[in-house]
Design a protein around this ligand. Structure first.
Ligand code: KG4
Ligand code: ZN
Length: 356
């Protein structure tokens, strides 16, 4: 049996969780910074690091208390080493190193993307993975298509060439004057909209590659829904600055949101289903913040005959439980604890992820 404490601070959630055997969540505490960053319309790195530093002690203590676990009962401590914001990662890693020294428990440095993959092992009831599996990770920072051949073994098939899927949601959300983060808010207003109102581009659908590109879609939405404030008079009236872009008044936000969401989701689904056929996989897994999207879940299920699995909503966005779950399998594969490592802000998931 393993009992692992997982610590996650790579972006804008300070999170800690206790997980048993890589599949039973004993506690899962998440201090979100969404309200802090909403005023900037996106994550402000310096603000994020400071907020992590303020919250981390309390979050970890609460995770241990809610799991009814003492430090001497832990098998090990796991922490996100990367990818992510350098300052944010450092807060988590330094805290975890200190805790590891104080408790004499081994420290396991974990890849955040692998954490997202292992959020699928926390789905109840537990389902034994049937490899090979096609994994689509769609989050604020990443869009990755991976072939997972066994526990811990990944082949990268493709990814975004520009914006990540979640990033595109967040940017379009800002254009439509919706609150941050864009993803859940676009999904909310899109419910009342007509997805066929605008024919936004499904970029690279005809291309044989398994890469994605969302910047063209984002630009197409911008051209359609915004206008430039030209004159000084206009700027005064609109309380904006000259040459700034502004949402057109004759636009239906619901229609634009629904049409954008549909274009992005269709691109993701089309490529994922094609990759699944190409590599003859047994299952499709989706993880990361955007996998919370209902249209994405529904379209993936209806366009693929394979079992499509995704995490519960609370485990789609960043959390410590997924880091502890990934660490369980790393421990099984022989990973040793270490205090001698730095954060890795850019860190792909591949066969060589843990080789140095
Ligand atoms: O996985 P995550 O918490 O952070 C990263 O590792 O980047 O993902 C956050 C992203 C944000 O871009 C947010 O807009 C998006 O996930 N997101 C959604 C939904 N919920 C969160 N996108 C589309 N539909 C949703 N329901
Ligand atoms: Zn994430």
């Amino acid at each position: 049996m393993t009992i692992l404490l997982g610590i996650e601070t790579s972006c804008d959630e300070t999170a800690a969780a206790v997980v048993q055997d890589g599949r039973v969540v004993l506690s899962n505490v998440i201090a979100s910074q969404i309200d802090l960053h909403a005023q900037y319309g996106g994550v402000f790195p310096e603000v994020a690091s400071r907020a992590h530093a303020e919250a981390i002690g309390v979050v970890v203590e609460q995770a241990m208390r809610e799991a009814n676990t003492r430090y001497d009962q832990l098998t090990a401590i796991a922490v996100t080493r990367g990818p992510g914001l350098v300052g944010s990662l450092m807060v988590g890693v330094n805290f975890a190193k200190g805790l590891s020294l104080a408790t004499e428990k081994p420290l396991l440095p974990i890849n955040h993307l692998e954490g997202h993959v292992y959020s699928l092992c926390l789905v109840q009831p537990y389902h034994e993975p049937s490899f090979p599996i096609l994994v689509l990770i769609v989050s604020g920072g990443h869009t990755e298509l991976l072939l997972m051949e066994a526990h811990g073994s990944y082949q990268r098939l493709g990814g975004t060439l520009d914006d990540a899927a979640g990033e595109a949601f967040d940017k379009v959300g800002r254009m439509l004057n919706l609150p941050y983060p864009g993803g859940p808010n676009i999904e909310r207003v899109a419910k009342a909209g007509n997805a066929a109102a605008y024919n936004f581009p499904r970029v690279k659908l005809s291309d044989d590659s398994l890469d994605f590109s969302f910047s063209g879609l984002k630009t197409a939405v911008m051209r359609e829904v915004t206008v430039q404030i030209n004159s000084k008079h206009e700027a005064q009236q609109e309380k904006g600055a000259r040459n700034k872009l502004q949402l057109r008044k004759d636009i239906s936000v619901a229609d634009a949101a629904a049409s954008f969401q549909c274009a992005l989701v269709e691109t993701l689904v089309h490529k994922t289903v094609r990759a699944a056929k190409l590599h003859n996989v047994n299952e499709i897994w989706m993880a990361g913040g955007v996998s919370a999207n209902t249209l994405l879940r529904d379209k993936m299920r209806s366009l693929s005959e394979l079992p499509v699995r995704y995490p519960p909503l609370t485990l789609c966005t960043d959390n410590g439980a997924m880091i502890a779950a990934a660490a369980h399998y790393r421990l099984q594969a022989g990973m040793q604890g270490s205090l001698d490592f730095d954060v890795v802000p850019m860190w792909n998931l591949s066969k060589k992820t843990y080789e140095e």
